[in-house]
Design a protein around this ligand. Structure first.
Ligand code: FAD
Length: 293
């Protein structure tokens, strides 16, 4: 089903997985995780695409499994940056042959030292979206509550977000964030400059203190002081840390839904236990508040 159509009728619950680096056991594990994720009745499951383009085959295979075996709407990510038009065409055809209707258009992170070569054909997600327009996909794109690292200001980034919509993106999924005010600011400012597409908040439970720095470096996401304190004070108690991380994610989601978010996209890092920990705490919320908008 087309994700833009699903979002019109209800709040969405979705998950993100990434393809295994190796075939074999890792892949079997991921397929079992996808099967487990279906028990939470997600509206769609997205599957990432390697920034180097190396695991494009795996992205198609996993998206195929989600769509045609697990029978959940699949959202295949494509990063244009490393790819040639021929690669993207062939990927687009493979996805269409498998009845996959939804693509998240991305540029991908530029590898240091290869910037110019990396984005030779698709300098931005907008170029990829324009290229994919003829394949009949429903297109989504990424957005950044705290602004993208390469942009001088949030407002420059918002102007580019608008270009993504003009190039065909009909929904957005955000980068992870731990302070909901950044999401509310993004939505307000986006609406102010005329972006009308739904903006789905992306939430990743933070359950490992070692990830604090990684998240800041990779995603630029601010960790609010009160949350950071709890993480650091209980860093040597992993079980307590998990409780804090899962409950914080649940708090974020309830607040987001109360403020009118169109759904929630959970970065579960291929871990069905993470999905279970969050979804079981939100069973009533999903049951009562996700059936209709
Ligand atoms: P762009 O939209 O090209 O934006 C990059 C920068 O260029 C921004 O500063 C933006 O403001 C600016 N810009 C955008 N359009 C234009 C334009 N037309 N003209 C001038 N400037 C412009 N990475 C992966 O490798 N694989 C994945 O599967 C993946 N999935 C992701 C899913 C989500 C929900 C998110 C939020 C990110 C994901 N990423 C993934 C990371 C993403 O590739 C990086 O954040 C990357 O640095 C930017 O990708 P983008 O699509 O936002 O790029």
């Amino acid at each position: 089903m087309r994700i833009d159509e699903i979002i019109k009728s209800k709040r969405t619950l979705s998950f993100e997985v990434f393809p295994p680096k190796k075939d074999g056991e890792d892949k079997e594990k991921l397929l079992a995780t996808i099967d487990a994720l279906t028990s939470f009745s997600p509206d769609f499951i997205s599957v990432t695409y390697g920034a180097g383009g190396s695991n494009s085959k795996n992205t198609v295979e996993i998206a195929d499994y989600i769509q045609n075996h697990a029978r959940v709407t699949a959202l295949a990510h494509i990063t244009g940056g490393p790819s040639s038009p021929e690669t993207v065409s062939s990927l687009a055809r493979s996805l269409r042959e498998r009845n996959i209707e939804n693509v998240l258009c991305l540029r991908g992170d530029k590898p240091v030292g290869y910037e110019a070569e990396y984005c030779k054909y698709f300098a931005h997600a907008t170029d990829l979206a324009a290229f994919l327009a003829t394949y009949g996909f429903t297109l989504g794109a990424a957005c950044y509550p705290e602004g993208h690292a390469e942009c001088a200001s949030l407002y420059d980034d918002l102007v580019n977000m608008k270009k993504k919509e003009e190039s065909g993106a009909s929904f957005f999924i955000t980068q992870i964030f731990y302070d909901n005010s950044y999401y509310y600011r993004l939505v307000n400012e986006a609406r102010r400059i005329g972006i009308t597409s739904p903006i789905i908040p992306g939430i990743m439970p933070l359950v490992n203190p070692k990830n604090i720095r990684r998240i800041k470096e990779m995603c630029g996401s601010t960790i609010p002081l009160n949350f950071r304190n709890m993480i650091e004070i209980y860093a040597s108690h992993p079980a307590v840390m998990e409780e804090i991380g899962f409950n914080y994610a649940v708090y974020q989601i309830i607040d987001l839904i109360a403020m009118g978010a169109p759904g929630v996209h959970l970065y579960v890092m291929n871990n069905a236990r993470t999905a279970r920990a969050v979804c079981s705490r939100l069973e009533t919320v999903f049951h009562e508040l996700f059936r209709t908008v």
